[in-house]
Design a binder for this molecule. Structure first.
Ligand code: NBP
Length: 477
């Protein structure tokens, strides 16, 4: 019998996805540009299920039952276009082509339209969870037509992570919706990692704790409301000792964070959509700053505060305060990310259900966390809510955390420990809360130098003041 699903591109991700399908009993056709990888897969893991190794895309497409379901898992960008161009002449109307790579959602929109015009379904799908997730159950975020999900969805839901009996996979929305949501997922991941890193930095450089002690603090936190994959691995990384030197692992790693670009895409897109995702932006900038070795070296002599440690009385409750600040900042970062999903959904007409996104992120992906259940519940209560911060649970959490949060941010400022993530989250919170923002003054400045006009609180219309002629009434424009 013909294969039920095909995977082309058998590097770590593709190979593990193919094995995941096979382990779930599906007949899988496999293909890779360099045939050695295909052979290696079948030699090593052929016993796990029913694989059909193919040496060309012709053989690959011929090995699949109709309508064909095939997953492209190659390097994002031009390689994906190359594979699509080669595949399309070999396909028939109704076939479903999945791109499981990290494509930009605008590329996915372009590809989906091109394939739709040829009678093919194109599914841009986010796949999160890395190598291990791909094998054992990722979080899957497929976009594309309803029809494509009818053909493909059951297979994807089968191989996805499962939480409380529900698959971490759902139809996100048309064309680029899946890759858009995956992009924002990665942006949130950047923010979450930055906040955790700041918590560590504070415990170490204000609280005076050593990495193994901080690992213990994170383990404890992982038993509570912060329980998540990222907190868990943070404890493991902090507890790890470098074999060569016997020093804490974090002390032998160069402190320059790298990035592949999905965080940057999230922020670029947020700027286009006009969504203030300051937490994600600070996280991307913090990574970028860490990589500016020359700038940092040249700035090492900048004066800092004279006080550099907490006194012991304050340090006793400091870890608790940091936990509160971390939780509150995390709520803000997620609220911003979900706001971006809603803005993207409105802009492109995707009708994304934010609660469903929280549901499929509960397992398989890097940001999986107990916390996502709260977000799911918040959107189940009100799908159109303007911000997660207004949900009763989060409101209570922020109310309980805010004094500690303020203490942590001011302590960090006093001691000179950089906390861009905590600080921007608090500033966002206070900006939303503010009854009046200084934006009125900015409007005045704009009108002064550029006659950009302003609106008034007491009358409709646009106004311009003749700044050079004091005393003259403003004009309505
Ligand atoms: P890579 O991103 O390293 O890509 C390697 C694969 O692309 C190989 O199979 C390679 O074939 C193939 N390829 C390239 Br490169 N150029 C090609 C071309 N012009 N035509 C045909 N095939 C080509 O693999 P990966 O790390 O497994 O990631 C696959 C996708 O999944 C990427 O888009 C990635 O962004 C995404 N992703 C990765 C992760 C992760 O944790 N790694 C997580 C989530 C998503 P060859 O063997 O012949 O060179």
């Amino acid at each position: 019998p013909l294969a039920q699903i095909g995977v082309t591109g058998l590097a770590v991700m593709g190979r593990n996805l193919a094995r995941n399908f096979a382990r779930h009993g599906y007949r899988v056709a496999v293909h890779n540009r360099t045939e050695a990888r295909t052979r290696a897969l079948v030699d090593e893991f052929g016993g796990e299920g029913d694989f059909t190794a193919t040496a060309s895309l012709e053989e690959f497409t011929a090995a699949l039952e109709r309508p064909r379901r095939l997953v492209i898992m190659v390097k994002a960008g031009q390689p994906t276009d190359d594979v699509i161009d080669e595949l399309v002449p070999l396909l028939d109307e109704g076939d479903v082509v999945v791109d499981g790579g990290n494509a930009h959602f605008l590329d996915t929109r372009r590809r989906e339209q091109a394939l739709r015009e040829r009678g093919l379904h194109f599914v841009g799908s986010g796949v999160s969870g890395g190598e291990q997730g791909a094998l054992e159950g990722p979080s899957i975020m497929p976009g594309g037509s309803e029809e494509s999900y009818r053909v493909l969805g059951p297979l994807l839901e089968d191989i996805a992570a499962q939480v409380d009996g529900r698959p971490c996979c759902t139809h996100v929305g048309p064309d680029g919706a899946g890759h858009f949501v995956k992009m924002v997922h990665n942006g949130i991941e950047y923010a979450d990692m930055q906040l955790i890193a700041e918590a560590y930095d504070l415990l170490r450089h204000a609280g005076g704790l050593q990495p193994p002690e901080i690992a213990a603090v994170f383990r404890e936190w992982n038993g509570g409301r912060l329980e998540s994959y990222l907190i868990g691995i943070t404890a493991d990384v902090l507890a790890h000792t470098d074999a060569a030197t016997g020093r804490p692992f974090v002390d032998v790693v160069l402190d320059r964070a790298e990035q592949k670009g999905t965080g940057r895409w999230t922020v670029q897109t947020a700027l286009e959509l006009g969504v203030p995702v300051s937490g994600i932006a600070e996280a991307v900038f913090a990574r970028s700053l860490s990589g500016h070795a020359e700038l940092r070296k040249a700035s090492a002599g900048l004066p800092g505060p004279t006080e550099t440690w907490l006194d012991s009385a304050a340090s006793d409750r400091f870890a608790e305060d940091v936990e509160q600040a971390l939780y509150a900042s995390k709520i803000v970062a997620y609220a911003q990310g979900f706001q971006q999903i809603q803005a993207g959904s409105d802009e492109y007409g995707w009708r994304i259900d934010p609660g469903a996104m929280a549901t499929i992120w509960r397992g398989g992906c890097i940001i999986r966390a107990r916390f996502l259940d709260r977000i799911r519940a918040a959107y189940e209560g009100d799908r159109e809510r303007p911000s997660l911060l207004t949900d009763e649970h989060f409101l209570q959490a922020l109310a309980g955390a805010q004094s500690a949060w303020r203490r942590v941010v001011s302590t960090a400022a006093q001691l000179g420990v950089p906390t861009p993530g905590f600080a921007t989250a608090l500033a966002y919170y206070d900006s939303l809360r503010a009854r009046v923002l200084p934006a009125a003054l900015i409007q005045g400045q704009r009108d002064f130098f550029g006659a950009h006009t302003y609106r008034r609180i007491d009358r409709d219309g646009s106004f311009h003041t003749r700044w050079e002629e004091p005393g003259r009434p403003e004009e309505e424009r």
